[in-house]
Structure formats: C-alpha cells, structure tokens
Design a protein around this ligand. Structure first.
Ligand SMILES: [Zn+2]
Length: 883
C-alpha cells in the first residue's frame, strides 16, 4: 500500500499527521516482501568450496527451519544457483529426498514441494548446489590487485540488498533473521575472514585447508561476509572486543590510523547506545580493487582500500574520509545490524542514522575539521535534488529488491540525516540520546519501522515526534520560510510563513498542486547570539514575539540545522549583511546556500548573490569557501562560449588573492582548514585556466617524480590534476606510468583520475581508451568517462560511451548501469543531451536504471532553463559584450 500517495491525494493544504498514524510499528506478519511467512529459517550450517580459477563454487547446507502453519511448499530465494540435491527431515518425518525445486525466475525463488503437507514444527532442509564467482564486485566475487609478488586476487562478498541468494539458497529479506555457521575450503596460503571468529583450521583433501567459523547471532542474510586471500591482520582491543584491520600483504603500516579510529569509535558508541557491541570481534577489511565504498557486514565490514587505509604521512583529506567512513559503518553495527529496518522502504532508518552518527563522532574527536559545516554542504546538495519534481520521499514504497538498489541516494542518506540533526536540536541532545538507547534496548536482535523510532524518541522527550516527522519523511520536498518582522513597543514581532520550496519559478500548474505543510522546528535568534529557543511552526504561518528587542539583526536558524530555506524581507537581509563577518560560521554558510538556491529558483537577483560571493577572499571557513567554489561551477555550467572567458576571469579574480596568501607550501602552525583549502583553490584556479597556476603545477609535478617528498601529502592530488590539466603527451605518459606502478589503491585512483583532467582533446582521447583497458582498476574505468566529460569533453565522452556501450555495460555491476551513463551527461546544460541520454537508456538499459536516468534528465533540463533565464543577467554582470 502506497501510504504517501494516499496522503498527498488529499486536495489543498495538508498536515501530514494523518499519514504518520498510517504507519504501524514492526510486525513480522505484515512486513512487505515476497516470501510467505509460514516457513522461517532458524539456522544455516553452510559449507563452501570455491574454485577461483574456474570462477565456480560448490555449496552445501543444512537449514534448521520452523513451519508455523501447515504448508505444501517451501519458498526460498536463489539466483544463479544450480541445486544438485535436496532432502527434508524432522517433526516425525524420516529423511525424504526432495524432487528438483520449481524455479520462480521472476521472484528469484526456489519452491520445494515435499510429498506430504508439512505440519507446524521444526525440520531440517539439506541441499547442495553450484554457483558462480563474479568478476564485477557483487555477490561472491574475485577482487584482482597488484602486489609486490605479482598479480593476485581476493575472494570477497558484497550482498546488500539481495546478493546473498547468489551465494546460498536462503530467506533473503531483512525480517527473516537466522544464525549462520560457515566453513570454507581454501588453498593453504589463504586466510579467511567472516562475520565471526574462526574456531578451527584443518587440512582436508586436495591440499586445501578448511576454516570453520563460530555461529553468528540471528541476523539478516544481507549482512553475511566472507573474504579470503593473502591477508594480514593488525589487531587491537576496545572494551574487550578484538578490533582487526585486515589488508592484503605488505600494507600493515597503512592500517594504524584506521585501527586507532575503530577502537576510539567502538568505545564511544558503546557509551552512546548504552548496549555494548555484541560480537567478540570486529574486523575492518580493505579490498584493493573494484568494490566501491564500504559495507557494514556484522563483525566484518568491507571497504574499498582507499576508504580505510592511510599511508604513513598521508593527507588530512584521507584521514577525514577514513574516519567518517569507519564511523558510519561502525554505527551500522547497532543501527542496521543489531536493529534492522523491517523492509527496504525504511532503508533510511539504517542510512540516515549512520550518516548523522558519523558526523557527530567526527565532530567530537576532530573538531578542527568542522564536519557539521561539511554535512550542511551535503545536505544542501540533497535539498537541490529534493526541490525538483523527480524527488521522492525519504520513506518510499519498495515493491521488490531491484527497486531497493535505487534507494541508496542522497535523499535517503542526507535528507534523512538532515532531519535527524534538526530533530535532535529540537528535542535536546540528552532526550534524543535517551530515546535512541531505549529503542536499541527494546528492539535488539529484531526489526523495526520508523514508527518504532518515533515512539521511543517521543517517550523520551515528551514531544509529538511521529507528528513532527511525518511530512519530512513521508512527503517529498521541504519548506521555504519567508520571514518579516515589525517592532512593537520595543519588542520584535517576527512573521513566519511556510510554502513548498521549488527549484524553479513555479509554473501555473505547479502552483495549483496541493501543497504539503510541515511541522518545522526552528530557532529564532539574533546575529549577536541572543535567544534562539526552538519553536515548532505547525501551521502555514505564525507570529513570534522576540523579547530581545529590535536592535540586533534577526537571525533564523543560527545553527544551520534546519532542512528548509529561509527568505528574509529585504530590510532584515540587509541588516544581516551589515554584520556579515561577525555572524556565526553556520549562519554565513546558510545565508550563502539560501541565496544560491533562491537565485536558481528565480527569487533572488544575481547581483545580490555575486555580492555575497565577493566576500570569499576574507572567509576563514573552508566549507564556506567550498560553497563559493560550487557557485562558480554553477556559473560555469550555464555560461555559453561567449561568457566562459569572463566567468573564468571572474573566478581567478575571486580566488587568486586567497591562494596567493596561502601559497603552494604548507606552513608551520596553519590550521587543518587552511591545509584542506589550498588544494581546492589550486584546482579551481587550474580549471579556470589560470596560466600561472598551470605552469607552477607542472613544475612541481615534474620535481615530485624525482623527489616525491617535495609535494606535501595534502597537495599530491591537486598537483597531479593541475599537471594533467595543462599536460603535453610526455607529462600525460609520466602520470600514466606512475598510476600503473602504484600499489596503493588511493594512489592509483589519484593518478588515473588526474589523467582525465587533460585539456588537450588528443590526450582526452587517450584517457578515454583507458575506460575499457583491463590494466586500469575497475572502479577507475567506470568513472573515467564522466571525469573526461567534466573536464570539457562531454561530447567526445558521450560518443565514446556510445561506441563502446556493450563493453561498458558488461563491465559494471548491473545496478550501476544507469549511473555510469548518467554521470557522463550530468553536467550538461543542453536539452539535446538530455534527449540522447533518455533515448539511449530506453533502448539499451534495464527498466530499473530509468529512475536514475530520469533524475539526470531532469537536472540537465533544469540547468538548460536556468541558462535561458540567467545567462543575460550573468553576461551583463560580468560585462560580456555580444560577439
Ligand atoms: Zn551505510
């Protein structure tokens, strides 16, 4: 049942509390999914024998299962598995050989039909099968890499949301929890890691060694993990839990940062959640090749190596990335693993919470990184998506698992996390934490819906949390708060009015659509920091009396925690601008972001926004400078050929004084933010074709080939990018050779990624050829064409992708098909490019890829309309004379 659509179908203004009541707490019986609920697994005892050379494996298992209602059939998931034998026994039934199962290809299920109906009780289902080891990083796969000893490969797994059915026949939906006891036969040189510690290693026939693991707690199948190969483990302890950083051989030295972070975080999270981490060990495993990102498998988290390892002397960017990722995945050990969303429509429960918790932890242990400001930038990107018609609610109906794969997007992660941030601010830190503790304690080892979380937070805070949450989670979009004020008897009366914020000037049709009303938690303070109590705007408009008087400038949402935009009346806006440098960092960031969003939606003149951007040379905060860089990218994205040189000159004029003050080299005593800003400014100047920066970057790159230490770690990516941007064939070749020699995944990503920045069309052609070259790591191959497109060669990259479509499609994971092609077209402002993207997708891609394609199409068409509206204003502002 699509609850959201039912709610939105109500005409006129709508307070979404009725929708919140529609969502029920978790109940196994009513949880969506395709599996019948009359047979449930209790324990799988699984034995696997991989044959890596043949890309095949054999498996066998005994499943203890419970029949809850008399049934004639046993349904369970399997995909690309060939079952070779099966038998059933128990509940008074002797061992009975089962006939070949019926295959329901559409549901990816096997259906066994025993000779007699099964009465309620416990049974053992035994079976054997054969399956496939993949080359793309999905299900059970081989992960190739280069080691000092030569070419190697790890065996690894990645299952979320529905890959486990490609390893073993199982009940592959998150509400079907079971225990898993694994054993695996591997060559003697291999070490195997799984969710639980190994309990035994013994030689078996064929020169293999059998590793047996302890039983997992009851858990969803998507959390199963198995990694094997020539591994080494660096170990520490936190609160009695053994913490391991597992790498391929020879990389132990790069594990130290992650180990310290993992220990610190586990201890902190044990305290926050109030329920200690329940497994005896927690491994963090670095995969060197084609696996992207990280996956929170219980007790055995996998990462791409570049998001886990930091080489000795590595950059602060790397540390920040690794710390945030380890924190996110560690948070999932509770939020996701110990307590799991009932169905994929509540995926955001897992992801939004882990995203919020990671920022909280990074801020706590590394305040110098100013991560809340960074999180606000990511939230702003989600808001840009969320203001367009192709957005979706955080909680969205998922009919089958293939739809779940498209739910892993910025709305799920960042809007969800943004809402939790706003909610915590409103409820108070202690009440929010107490609610989370109660929720984890109550639902540990089970599943939940959002309603369970709201109930716990509501009980802890005494606030109507379900009502507050409903519109933010169940409806698409977010509000714009229009703010004005008047002074009465020395007190300021603040007027607030909410309306749905739209990315573009509303058409007559859109204006006539029913609009959601949100319950908006909002703080109303002043520029000087007075006041700021959180109130709840729960109607279309409200008036609030501010006792602080009328002298200081009014400041709405001073902490920038609101998932909404603010539009001040002109006098209020001018008063804030007059106090600009003294405003809190969070407020300067929000004013700039709101101004950029209002500019794009046709509610703010370009000149006002340029006046805000012009303040960046004096801006101390990295995140605010980064925001201005994205404004410059926006202007570059809508500039036509006539306007491009003027936009570049404008960018250079804005950025160069700040970069000149920072210099190319790190200085003793500088802040983290200065160290992180330097490379971003340098790369932006190179992108604007600043001749001096391009020359200096090339000189520094040439020197670094002989003396790697001559470029500080924080600048190696920027120097490689800048050298590549202005590269000749010899420089391009030097960079390519360094990329090929590199052993660390991070270094390979850096150098291959830099090659794509080349401005020379001939070099862009050579870079594109690498997108189908086997010696290039798979993840890099997938991203190269999009990077070449961004560097100014979009037409050429699209043409290359068309000419090599079948090779590219065969190379990527099936659900990345849409993303790979969408990314090439993405930055375009051409409606013709949108047409070509859609035509290609309809002809060549599976239907599941279309939502991603539609979002990108929408983004391109929105940019094309923005160009039509804004370009004349931009040209006038920058003094571009007609050609
Ligand atoms: Zn996650």
């Amino acid at each position: 049942m699509n609850r959201t659509l039912r709610c939105l179908a109500v005409a006129g203004l709508l307070l979404a509390s009725a929708c919140a009541r529609a969502e029920a707490p978790f109940s196994f019986a009513t949880t969506p999914g395709a599996l019948p609920k009359d047979v449930v697994p209790i324990e799988h005892v699984v034995h696997l024998v991989p044959d890596a050379a043949a890309h095949r494996f054999r498996g066998e298992q005994r499943v203890l299962l419970e029949v809850r209602r008399t049934t004639r059939e046993i349904h369970l998931h399997a995909l690309e598995l060939e079952v070779t034998s099966a038998s059933l026994s128990g509940n008074g039934m002797p061992r009975t050989v089962l006939g070949a199962p019926r295959v329901d290809a559409d549901k990816q299920m096997l259906v066994f039909t025993p000779p007699r109906a099964l009465r309620p009780g416990r049974y053992r289902l035994a079976m054997a099968w054969r399956g496939v080891i993949n080359t793309a990083a999905e299900a059970l796969f081989l992960d190739p890499y280069r080691s000092p000893a030569g070419e190697r490969a790890l065996l690894a797994t990645d299952f979320e949301p529905s890959g486990a059915r490609r390893l073993l026949p199982c009940w592959d939906e998150p509400a079907f929890r079971a225990r898993f006891r694994f054993s695996v036969d591997l060559p003697a040189a291999s070490t195997a890691v799984s969710n639980m510690p190994a309990t035994r290693r013994e030689p078996v026939a064929g020169g293999l060694v059998r590793t047996t693991f302890a039983a997992t707690p009851s858990m969803p199948s998507y959390l199963i993990a198995l990694v094997a190969g020539e591994l080494e483990r660096t170990e520490g302890v936190a609160d009695g839990t053994r913490i391991g950083i597992v790498t391929t051989e020879g990389k132990r030295a790069s594990a130290a940062f992650a180990l310290a972070a993992a220990q610190e975080l586990l201890h902190d999270f044990n305290g926050y959640f109030g329920t200690p981490y329940p497994l005896p060990k927690l491994d963090h495993i670095a995969l060197p090749g084609g696996f992207q990102g990280a996956m929170e498998n219980w007790g055995a988290i996998i990462y791409n190596e570049a998001t886990l390892l930091v080489a000795p002397g590595g950059s602060e960017q790397s540390m920040q990335r690794v710390y945030g990722t380890v924190a996110h995945e560690t948070a999932h050990q509770w939020f996701g693993n110990l307590v799991t969303m009932a169905w994929w429509d509540d995926l955001w429960l897992n992801e939004a919470f882990a995203t919020w918790m990671a920022t909280r932890a990074s801020n706590r242990f590394h305040p110098q990184w100013q991560v809340w400001l960074d999180a606000a930038l990511r939230r702003d990107e989600a808001m840009a998506l969320d203001a367009r018609p192709t957005t979706h609610p955080v909680r969205q109906p998922i009919n089958k698992e293939s739809e779940a794969e498209s739910a892993f997007d910025d709305i799920t992660y960042e809007k969800g996390a943004g809402f939790l941030r706003m909610l915590e601010d409103h409820l108070g830190e202690a009440a929010f934490r107490d609610g989370i503790r109660a929720y984890v304690a109550r639902h540990r080892g089970s599943n939940t819906t959002a309603a369970d979380l709201w109930a716990a937070l509501g009980a802890a805070s005494g606030q109507p949390v379900a009502e507050i949450a409903s519109a933010w989670i169940e409806a698409p979009g977010f509000p714009l708060l229009s703010v004005d004020a008047r002074c009465e008897a020395g007190q300021r009366v603040v007027g607030l009015r909410q309306s749905a914020f739209r990315a573009e000037p509303a058409s007559a049709r859109a204006s006539a659509e029913p609009s959601t009303l949100w319950r908006v938690p909002v703080r109303i303070g002043t520029a000087g920091g007075v006041g700021g109590e959180s109130i709840l705007l729960d109607g279309a408009s409200a008036e609030v009396t501010q006792r602080a008087g009328c002298d200081d400038a009014l400041l709405v949402d001073p902490g920038n925690v609101g998932y909404f935009r603010v539009r001040y009346s002109q006098p209020l806006f001018d008063a804030l601008l007059a106090r600009w440098p003294a405003l809190p960092d969070s407020a300067r960031l929000k004013l700039g972001a709101d101004s950029a969003a209002l500019l794009q939606s046709g509610q703010q003149p370009l000149a006002s926004h340029l006046a805000l951007m012009a303040r960046v040379p004096d801006e101390p905060r990295l995140a605010i400078s980064s925001r201005v860089l994205s404004d410059l990218a926006l202007l570059g994205g809508i500039a036509d050929e006539a306007a491009k040189p003027a936009v570049r000159r404008y960018a250079i004029g804005l950025l160069k004084p700040r970069f000149a003050a920072l210099g190319w080299s790190e200085r003793a005593g500088e802040s983290s933010e200065e160290r992180l800003l330097r490379p971003r400014l340098a790369m932006a100047l190179a992108e604007a074709d600043d001749a001096e920066t391009l020359v200096e970057g090339r000189v520094r790159f040439a020197r670094s080939l002989a003396e790697p230490q001559s470029v500080p770690a924080s600048m190696t990516t920027a120097v490689a990018q800048i050298a590549a941007r202005g590269a000749d064939a010899a420089t391009w070749e030097q960079l390519r050779a360094r990329a090929e020699r590199a052993l660390a995944t991070e270094d390979k990503f850096r150098d291959y990624g830099a090659l794509a920045a080349a401005k020379d069309p001939a070099l862009a052609e050579r870079t594109m050829a690498l997108a189908t070259a086997v010696e290039v790591p798979q993840l890099v191959r997938h991203r190269l064409l999009a990077a070449v497109a961004r560097a100014g060669h979009r037409e050429a990259a699209w043409a290359y992708a068309q000419a090599h479509a079948s090779a590219l499609l065969a190379d990527v994971k099936r659900y990345d098909n849409g993303k790979t092609f969408a990314a090439i077209a993405q930055g375009s402002a051409s409606a013709a490019m949108a047409d070509r993207l859609v035509a290609f997708a309809q002809a060549e891609l599976p239907a599941d890829a279309l939502p991603e394609i539609r979002r990108t199409e929408d983004e391109i068409r929105t940019r094309a309309r923005l160009q039509a509206r804004l370009l004349p204003e931009l040209k006038a502002a920058l003094g571009v004379t007609p050609l």
